[in-house]
Design a protein around this ligand. Sequence first.
Ligand SMILES: CCCCCC/C=C/C(=O)SCCNC(=O)CCNC(=O)[C@H](O)C(C)(C)COP(=O)(O)OP(=O)(O)OC[C@H]1O[C@@H](n2cnc3c(N)ncnc32)[C@H](O)[C@@H]1OP(=O)(O)O
Length: 376
Amino acid sequence: MRASQKDFENAMNQVKLLKKDPGNEVKLKLYALYKQATEGPCNVPKPGVLDFINKAKWDAWHALGSLPKETSRQNYVDLVSSLSASSESSGQVTPAADRKQPGSDALVVTSQDGITTITLNRPDKKNALTPQMYHDIMLALEAASKDDSAIAVLTGNGDYYCSGNDLTNFTDIPPGEVEDRARSGAVLLRDFVDCFIDFPKPLVAVVNGPAVGISVTLLGLFDIVYATDRATFHTPFSHLGQSPEGCSSYTFPKMMGPSKVIFGNLKTKCNVISIPKATEMLVFGKKLTAREACTQGLVTEVFPDSTFQKEVWVRLKAYSKLPPNAMRISKQVIRNREKEKLHAINAEESSILQERWLSDECMNAIVNFLSKKAKL
Ligand SMILES: CCCCCC/C=C/C(=O)SCCNC(=O)CCNC(=O)[C@H](O)C(C)(C)COP(=O)(O)OP(=O)(O)OC[C@H]1O[C@@H](n2cnc3c(N)ncnc32)[C@H](O)[C@@H]1OP(=O)(O)O
């Protein structure tokens, strides 16, 4: 069977998620097949001998002669498929048909087996979230809420799930614009979190590695959180002069419950006070292991890292075959009565953060991070 345009687009996305660099020879072959499949035989002048890279690309394309576009497309798809198999790619990478792809490679949206997967794809920056990524995630959730998938998944490419907000978002702000930027940041944050509150289908976090900041706080708005035993959960807001978002000031104490602190001794009267466990995370920045997060109700299930991807995707594929309308309605029954409250909490948290971003504590913490004085 000939590869369709959709198969070809799927393969292009798969290439972005390859875990191993396939090497220059294969990359040239991919380039040549891509050009031949999209533009036909090489029709541009040969670059000069000193223009090594462009000459190598030209040679590879030119070598395909008059190979038909359809055959090139098929060969491209076959080559990518063999690379994906050998690089242990999760195999979840077929983009949804007709979906508008995100504005950059930092987010990859795919759809297969009734599952729309949104993958954070900035592994060299530990998948830190840029403004473009916040916008693209909102667009992806909007599209996923209407497509024919039964469930949606958020995950990360590389060793991290996500290192939270990209702290360089706070740099290069001209002095007179700091307040405006804090205001627009708070609007973006509020809109972003609203999309998670309103998402109508089951939403699953596949936490493939450590998670920091907003990527942790949002977990309270997911329906399932699967984590590798390598994952950690860290919300260093006080260290950063910031405050909790993602509705975590409400969802975390609710999910984690109280921890009892007993003080006094046998001779005196003992006092028992109850502090929400979430306080240790959200106020004191305690980093939880995956198992601790599971015991405290933030994570649904923890898997050994060696079998994480396999076990999780087998499970999710089975879930995605359940009747989609029933799942959507059940989610709504569980979540709807909280929605109004969550929107109000989100608005409040966003406006408090807007103030925090203007504080000296916050500015100093970011300067520290950027100057590599501090590693959280
Ligand atoms: C619309 C706005 C909404 C904002 C909402 C409010 C959100 C709040 C938060 O999310 S608060 C949390 C912010 N995140 C952090 O504080 C994490 C900062 N990063 C780290 O502490 C460390 O990088 C690490 C623990 C995540 C990983 O440490 P390590 O394994 O030692 O790797 P590196 O530090 O060398 O990192 C590799 C590379 O990635 C860059 N990077 C990592 N995280 C971020 C980040 N959050 N922002 C920007 N850049 C990040 C890091 O600088 C390195 O880059 P380099 O190779 O040096 O160019």
